[in-house]
Design a protein around this ligand. Structure first.
Ligand code: RIB
Length: 341
């Protein structure tokens, strides 16, 4: 295998010092134009590639930001990643995206990988409801920002949406449309955002004078379309079937819609459906889906901004103070929940 070309090889061939080669790469405006041109042509001719890990070790500051999402198959997280990547790129950083697939063990492995790589910091939506993985990660003294989950103040920053308000928006809309028996397709009950949406749903029912019995819960193992289809099959088997369904996210709602369509159940005439996230496919569904919108790309960009602020060189500036940014959800009403009676 060809010997890799080092910075010393370039300096020798271009008849300059190693420092001049480094300046051509990192501070090109400090080098005379003719010298810069000679060094750059030597770099091309020898095929020199800067060692990012060596640069990181010297500078002690990685140009990589880690992003650990809960489900790479969920467009919500694609939008979060898009927002984070744009913000990171503006600061000259790249984003390394990993997928915990809702698995705490995989989450732990990826957090270890980020620590080994000494990334600048990590944005993550926790899969581990106990918080143990984050506690372990904190020992590495690498900053993190929680996305879609409120961090406890001293631990770190976070960007999330008020999911209690979001759940209440969804169910209040169904109650106002005349529904008095509502199913909640919950997803895995361990996730904080799922528990908060449920709490909001119960709050809206209580406001309308309806007890928790008006909410029929259908737990699912996952938060994807297949789990939504499975919940739809169970819903069809209920004798006293609710007239409306609130789903913990849009993928569940789209799977449920698919099973209703296959069973000849008319939406919204026979069953109203409301989802959560307002992913792009909500509006594009065969029956456009009412959904509680989370500004996913904005959440990603804000989280990246908090991380950059925490990791920038703060010599002389005031110490970074952790912030928990909580955004407000918005109900986007479409055909799947319109009152038909
Ligand atoms: O992936 C799980 C869900 O949690 C997403 O759909 C989004 O709603 C996040 O809050």
């Amino acid at each position: 295998m060809a010997q890799s070309v080092g910075i010393k090889d370039v300096a020798r061939a271009a008849r300059v010092s190693v420092g001049t080669v480094s300046n051509v790469i990192n501070r090109p405006d400090t080098v005379a134009a003719d010298t810069r041109a000679r060094v750059l042509s030597t770099i091309d001719r020898l095929g020199y590639v800067r060692s990012e890990s060596a640069r990181q070790l010297r500078a002690g500051r990685s140009r990589i930001m880690g992003l650990l999402v809960l489900d790479m198959g969920n467009p919500f997280f694609v939008d979060v990643a898009r927002g984070a990547e744009r913000a990171a790129r503006e600061a000259g950083l790249g984003v390394m995206v990993c997928n915990s697939a809702q698995n705490p063990n995989e989450e732990s492995e990826y957090l270890s990988l980020f620590a080994e790589q000494r990334v600048r910091g990590v944005l993550l939506t926790p899969a581990d409801a106990t918080g143990r993985n984050i506690e372990t990660f904190r020992r590495h003294d690498i900053p993190f920002v929680l996305v879609d989950r409120v961090a406890d103040g001293p631990a770190g920053c976070s960007v999330s949406v008020d999911d209690v308000a979001g759940g209440a928006l969804a169910v209040r809309h169904l109650v106002d449309a005349g529904h008095r028996s509502i199913a909640y397709v919950t997803g895995p009950p361990g996730l904080n955002q799922i528990l908060d949406r449920r709490a909001g749903a119960l709050k809206a029912l209580a406001e309308a004078g309806l007890g928790p019995g008006a909410l029929r819960e259908l737990p699912t193992e996952r938060l994807d379309v297949a789990a939504g289809r499975d919940a739809g099959a169970r819903l069809l088997g209920l004798t006293d079937r609710p007239t409306a369904v609130f789903c913990a996210n849009d993928l569940l709602a789209l799977g449920l819609l698919q099973s209703m369509y296959a069973a000849g159940v008319s939406v919204p005439e026979d069953l109203a459906i409301v989802g959560y996230d307002d992913i792009e496919f909500a509006a594009a569904a065969v029956v456009p889906l009412t959904s509680v919108r989370q500004p996913a790309a904005t959440m990603g960009a804000l989280a990246a901004g908090l991380l950059l602020e925490e990791t920038e060189d703060r010599s002389g500036a005031a110490a970074h103070e952790h912030r928990q940014v909580v955004l407000q959800p918005e109900l986007v009403v479409r055909h799947s929940s319109l009152r038909t009676r």
